[in-house]
Ligand binder design. Sequence first.
Ligand code: ZN
Length: 136
Amino acid sequence: MKPTHIEHIGIAVKHLDEAIPYYEQLLGTKCYAIEEVLDQKVKTAFFKIGQTKIELLESLEPEGPVGKFIEKKGEGIHHIAFAVNGLEKALEEVKKDGIRLIDERPRKGAEGLQIAFLHPRSTFGVLTELCEDSSC
Ligand code: ZN
């Protein structure tokens, strides 16, 4: 597997409406998309910086994965996402390497991406997402 770039960095925040102005100021760019991903019980806000994005994540409910994350660890970096060509094949490869998967098969993420998460127990504590833009 050879990812092409860091697609995005996911950051867990308690309130998007508080975090968005900060990132707009910091990055000198407007948030260009807000999207709910019901699958993961989150509302996301995106910023573009070069070919990488910052994905802010606000939990829609305390019991969601991001809600639990914030309760346990507080706000902060939640995951890192690498762009790959051929997500299914990449998943097979990492699995063969003994890395534990959270998602055995790709599922739909924000921005029309196909995504899958690797388990942080297998990735030195970093929740790792692999994603592929299936529209191209
Ligand atoms: Zn993500």
